[in-house]
Design a protein. Structure first.
Length: 193
């Protein structure tokens, strides 16, 4: 079985912005576990665990989509699942082109029936950058102190040139990703004639 998903990579500037947030949290050692820089991505559609043939078919379905030119930017961060239960920290992704949500919906609609995982929650563009360690209660004072001083996060706009189909191998507290396929965009600005 292959656990896989479709995703976008971050720009070098966006990665630096995330590293700034992670360095801030490092002051509060033992509270949050940062996500490795090589593991940061914007998930478009999680597919769950599928056999090899189905995984290939899902990749072929995605190949039929036109990937538009996007204009993405990090703006702020959010504690998940709720502000008073900050188990996961993520950066907000703002889509200046307005195309990201529409593209994600087309992609999700295309693979929904075949994928083992059936996502029904609305798509909220974000990138997880840290997880609360299991032994630390979300209500701990050190958590509140660390989050209160979180720096303002904002990246320059970047334009992904492709989206990826990634396989995820979970081992221990981390995951390793392998690129199964790359899907380049057209390079055209949406709505341009």
């Amino acid at each position: 079985m292959i656990r896989s998903f479709f995703a976008l990579e971050l720009s070098p500037d966006a990665l630096k912005v995330v590293e700034t947030a992670q360095k801030h949290l490092a002051q509060f050692e033992g509270v949050y576990r940062p996500i490795g820089i090589e593991q940061l991505h914007l998930t478009l559609a999680f597919l769950g665990e599928n056999d090899e043939e189905t995984t290939t078919k899902l990749g072929d379905l995605a190949a039929g989509l036109e990937f538009p030119q996007l204009a993405l930017r990090i703006q702020g961060w959010v504690p998940l699942p709720k502000p008073d239960v900050p188990r996961v920290l993520a950066v907000n992704i703002v889509d200046e082109s307005g195309e990201l949500v529409r593209f994600q919906r087309r992609l999700q609609d295309r693979v929904f029936q075949l994928a083992a995982h059936k996502e029904t929650r609305p798509f909220v563009p974000h990138i997880t950058f840290a997880r609360l360690k299991k032994e630390v209660p979300a209500s701990a004072k050190v958590v509140k102190k660390g989050l209160a001083g979180m720096p303002s996060l904002r990246s320059e706009v970047w334009t992904p040139r492709e989206f990826l189909h990634l396989a995820s191998d979970l081992s221990g507290d981390s995951a390793r990703y392998e690129v199964l396929r790359r899907y380049p965009g057209t390079g055209e600005v949406p709505g341009a004639s």
